[in-house]
Design a protein around this ligand. Sequence first.
Ligand code: TMP
Length: 204
Amino acid sequence: MSNKPIIVFEGIEGSGKSHHISVVSKYLKKKRINHIKIREPGGNSNSEKIRKLILNNKSNFNKNTDLLLYMAARSENIDVIKKSFNKKIILIDRFTDSTIAYQYYGMGVDLNLIETLNKSLLKNIKVGFTFLNIVNQKNLQKRLKQRKALNRYDKFKMSFYNKVQNGFIKLSKKQKNKYQLINSNLEIDKNEKLILKKIDKLIK
Ligand code: TMP
């Protein structure tokens, strides 16, 4: 694996992935290690526009439209990723696993369609490592309640998030050496240390 890998932070709502990606980005900055940090859906200005459209509470697209919008946002983001691929460390808050977990495991969209679109968009781009953040139902509910504003994807039933999280775990089991599970029900600073230790190894 390149010492400038793509490192993805995955997990359902309230799992702490966005917190951990920020911690890693600050750590790299402090060490003056060149990297970029992006998110999906989002990333560049075009995909941020698509993000607003998908997650707007007034939107009510069907599940296939959602898939195509997430892919449209990814298509724009791929340009950003290509520019830095193998040149800089790329930290991404959600990527292709989110599409399989939410759209396939959560919503039942055709898996072949998702995989075909991902392959066509990514070509030679490969994820180096994924931190999968896991949260239990109690903490998920607590953390969602603490949010100032909820978007369209923050309002599903608990059973939906369960399906999605189990989907993420299934994906991680297919390539165990490329994933580290982070139990976000445990102390946050211990998890930060665990992640930074792994980051050091990944970029050595
Ligand atoms: P975020 O608020 O964690 O950035 O994520 C936005 C929502 O988008 C989150 O509920 C997960 C969802 N999502 C999908 O359903 N499919 C995808 O492919 C991606 C990238 C995100």
